[in-house]
Design a protein around this ligand. Structure first.
Ligand code: BG6
Length: 483
């Protein structure tokens, strides 16, 4: 009997991004508006909520009519649209085996519901994939990463309307046909669970005038499940050798105390986080979720074939983001801290990032083992990283805190592989500084590559290597031997 030692030979190590956070060029070459183009940068001292991701109808109207003069950083991104050749060259210099990116749906179908695609948008991604191929970097492509075409919001109020399923499947089919020789790893929806935290971010839904916003977002989620299954079916018809993945923001909940009530609460919160992968991997709505819907007076409109479609076209692999763990308590008292999209009670055993996200490398090993035990499908870490303020000193960026975060997480991932987990890759968020999803800040930096730009878009956009650049290069070339 031989023990497994370290990552597999063809381990897909690299970095992950999203179109709306890097590309910019929001109205170039025929691209239409997407939900991300309404994401405003508001300095922390002026923010009213925990984050600034939801929008109101009034806000949207003012932005559209030009009455509102805010700063919308995702419209400019880091101008990857014009710099992708240089940026990919730097990824190749680090030895990337894989690069996760999304296709900006509104670059291909500007309003989301046209019949004919925008050729200029398709041509852009032809070139990106060609560049990746020239360095043997495997693209991992998300179809929808918080970029719902705004036309779908205007026409249908986003994914609430069932008709969006057909538009999504048409978009998916179009890009599968176009890129079938270039892309083998696809993901339908980024962090599909976010729809219930921020319906505008996850599904282009403006909620403020809805009678039952919670029911609407669960209905929209059902549409996304069906759309994802139908897209998976199309992919298999068009390119049987390609792999389709689902993707969640994994939010592991620990009980706050050993009181069985806290343990049960943590289990229930964990189950609700895993409901999404239960549907997409196992092909069925779990009973606890049906119960949850009943308890909340939500009746889903499920049409005749929906459940069969979901059952028949499950995914090949499960991908997820992991940044932190959370705590569950039946009597929540004590300090809370911010986290990725959700706040949590403070865990006294963990340190937190400057943004309050609790750093828990061992949690990643736990999560990997649990996901493997539950599903037995290949797992793929497609986001993990540290958002931090970097300082440039004499032209150098000494980001030892980032190296520390990443090496500890990768080491735990490696231990999980040695525990027996089938892990196909690790893509850190993000290889190059980009616009923050939740706050639209530029100063929350994740990259190995620094981008000279501030929160208001001032700067040369020059790229500079941080200390972590050489560190990651070494990790990849040795397949994590030193972890
Ligand atoms: C994930 C998203 O939830 O977290 C990314 O998929 C996002 O788009 C990442 O950028 C980090 O979050 P933030 O808010 O720090 O950018």
């Amino acid at each position: 009997m031989e023990n497994i030692k370290g990552f597999k030979k063809n381990f897909l190590c690299g970095g992950a991004t999203a179109a709306n956070q890097i590309e910019g060029a929001f109205n170039i070459d025929g691209k239409g508006l997407s939900s991300a183009d309404f994401s405003e940068y508001v300095p922390k001292s002026q923010r009213t909520g925990d984050n600034h991701m939801e929008v109101t109808s009034d806000f949207i109207d003012k932005v559209k009519s030009g009455q509102y003069q805010g700063h919308f950083p995702k419209r400019v991104g880091i101008d990857f649209y014009h710099n992708y050749k240089e940026d990919i060259k730097l990824f190749a210099e680090m030895g990337f085996k894989a690069f996760r990116m999304s296709i900006n749906w509104s670059r291909i179908f500007p309003k989301g519901y046209e019949n004919e695609p925008n050729e200029a948008g398709l041509a852009f991604y032809d070139d990106v994939f060609k560049t990746l191929k020239s360095y043997n970097i495997e693209p991992v492509v998300t179809l929808s990463h918080y970029e719902t075409p705004f036309g779908l919001t205007e026409k249908y109020n986003g994914w609430i309307n069932r008709k969006v399923i057909d538009h999504f499947v048409h978009y998916a089919e179009t890009v599968f046909n176009r890129y079938k020789n270039d892309v083998k790893y696809w993901i339908t929806f980024n962090e599909i669970n976010v729809i219930n935290i921020s319906p505008f971010t996850g599904a282009g839904i403006i909620s403020d005038k809805l009678d039952h916003p919670i029911a609407a977002s669960y209905q929209a989620l059902h549409h996304q499940f069906v759309a994802s299954a139908l897209a998976t079916q199309k992919l298999k018809e068009i390119d049987p050798s390609a792999q389709m993945g689902c993707m969640i923001a994994r939010m592991k909940h620990y009980p706050y105390t050993c009181n069985p009530q806290d343990v049960l609460k943590a289990q229930q919160e964990d189950q609700m986080n895993l409901m999404y992968t239960d549907v997409q991997v196992r092909g069925e709505y779990p009973n606890f979720y049906k119960q949850f819907l009943t308890d909340n007076g939500i009746e889903l409109d499920i049409q005749d074939n929906d459940l069969d479609i979901i059952k028949q076209h499950t995914v090949d692999y499960l991908s997820f983001s992991y940044y932190m763990s959370m705590l569950s308590s039946v009597a929540p008292e004590g300090q809370t801290t911010q986290g990725n999209l959700m706040n949590s009670l403070k865990n006294p055993y963990l340190e937190a990032s400057d943004w309050g996200w609790q750093i828990d490398p061992i949690g990643l090993r736990i999560v990997l083992n649990e996901l493997w035990d539950r599903y037995r499908v290949p797992l793929f870490i497609v986001e993990n990283g540290l958002g931090a303020v970097d300082e440039v000193v004499d032209g150098k960026i000494h980001d030892d805190y980032r190296i520390d975060y990443l090496s500890k997480h990768m080491a735990e991932a490696k231990k999980a592989v040695e525990d027996g987990v089938d892990l196909i890759g690790y893509l850190s968020w993000a290889p190059i500084d980009l616009i923050s999803m939740s706050t639209s800040e530029m100063s929350k930096r994740y990259g190995y590559i620094y981008v000279d730009q501030d929160n208001y878009g001032n700067g040369s956009m020059k790229r500079m290597k941080k200390d972590s650049f050489e560190w990651y290069k070494n990790i990849i070339s040795t397949n994590g031997a030193s972890l």
